[in-house]
Design a protein around this ligand. Structure first.
Ligand SMILES: [Zn+2]
Length: 400
């Protein structure tokens, strides 16, 4: 027999109780573990997080199941003494949330068994959602939504949920959803005409209390199907969030909330088409720009520094320039905090662009390279960009 009588076993809605302190242990930095002769606090276990609340006003931050040693209440602040009678109060909104998620899981798990003979292998209540891993082969959104629909129907039928304590012999005669994890007397949770399973958690009185179940997402994980779902209040919180996001996106498109997938898809297509047109126009613009630069170049050598042009844009211009015979392009750009360089020559011009590029990049505290007729590079020393190009021009003139 455990030293702590678990009041939550017989009444999941009991949140206030009186009890006697049977043990007090000091833990690290002002935390104390209290054992009571009876408690309504549910300790962490079975995928359900612990309750929180107060003991004589002191904060209970977590409860742990210590088996035969009872339930440990971890208290922050002034702790009661051994033998004292204390008044406990469980945080109801947290308990209700956990009951909705946990009872919701019983219903959803049985829905997958009923429809697809797919048992649940594990369950977790996370901060804002829950996860179950089920043995569902060939999962699809349509298949999963069928189980969710059945689960919600069971919720809205407001079926009674009752607790049955049976011996292991009696349990052996019953059709349980999952094998009991322990020997001896078993606590069975029965959802009227739908589900019967051994469980030590806290459950709603009736299925209606779960409110509703909604699936947020699903994925295949380690041979199982992992389903992320929300129940009860969490479903409403999640709906508000999703609705807010959808409406914000819709406002950007000046469209109705449910029209956004179509409008967004259309805009993505238009964007692709615009990009194609911009690239085509850039080719034309580079040709015109090349003509202009060549008109003022001496001996076919174009030396030019731009602001805010990326490497791709410099390369386009360089290509347009070297289409003209006897041309060498030495192009630089101050692109935010980076100096960029592209050197190119037409097939009939002289000079090793790759060699010149390495020299120039050394001056920019950067690196670069390429082929004898086309090279690119850059560096962080933007202030030296002018010097680097002047030096390159000197080297080029010396070689010719
Ligand atoms: Zn349960």
């Amino acid at each position: 027999m455990s030293v702590t009588e678990r009041l939550y076993y017989s009444d999941s809605h009991l949140i206030e109780f009186d009890a006697r302190v049977v043990d007090v242990t000091d833990r690290v930095s002002g935390w104390t573990a209290i054992v009571l002769n009876r408690t309504a606090f549910y300790p962490t276990g079975g995928g359900q997080p612990s309750d929180t609340g107060t003991l004589n006003g002191a904060r209970v931050v977590e409860c742990m199941d210590d088996g035969e040693q009872g339930v440990l209440h971890v208290v922050q602040g002034a702790a009661p003494e051994r033998g004292a009678i204390v008044h406990g109060r469980v945080d109801w909104s947290r308990r209700l949330d956990h009951m909705q998620q946990h009872t919701g899981q019983h219903i959803l798990s049985q829905a997958f068994v009923t429809l697809f003979n797919a048992p649940t292998r594990s369950f977790r209540v996370l901060d804002s959602a829950c996860e179950i891993d089920i043995e569902l082969s060939n999962p699809t959104t349509e298949v999963i939504e069928r189980a969710v629909q059945l689960a919600n129907n069971v919720i809205w039928e407001d079926r009674a949920i009752t607790i049955r304590n049976v011996t292991s012999e009696e349990a052996a005669e019953l059709s349980l959803r999952k094998e009991p994890a322990r020997e001896g007397e078993l606590r069975l949770i029965e959802i009227e005409g739908f589900d019967l399973t051994p469980c030590g958690g806290t459950h709603a009185y009736r299925t209606g209390e779960v409110g509703m179940i909604a699936v947020r997402s699903w994925e295949r994980a380690k041979g199982l199907t992992r389903i992320e779902f929300v129940a009860g209040t969490r479903a409403l919180v999640d709906y508000r969030k999703a609705n807010k996001s959808a409406r914000e996106v819709a406002a950007l498109f000046s469209s109705g909330r449910d029209d956004t997938p179509r409008v967004a898809a259309q805009m993505v297509e238009e964007n692709k088409e615009l990009n194609r047109r911009v690239r085509a126009l850039e080719e034309i613009a580079a040709g015109v720009e090349a003509e202009r630069l060549l008109a003022t170049a001496s001996n076919g050598v174009v030396v030019q520094i731009f602001d805010g042009r990326d490497a791709e844009s410099l390369k386009k211009l360089a290509h347009a320039l070297i289409e003209h015979p006897g041309t060498i392009a030495l192009l630089g750009s101050r692109d935010k905090d980076t100096a960029r360089l592209v050197f190119a020559r037409s097939a009939d011009a002289q000079g090793d662009m790759s060699l010149l590029m390495r020299e120039a990049c050394a001056m920019l505290d950067g690196r670069g390279g390429g082929k004898p007729d086309l090279a690119q590079g850059g560096g962080k020393n933007v202030a030296k960009l002018g010097d680097a190009l002047a030096h390159t021009l000197t080297l080029l003139n010396r070689a010719s």
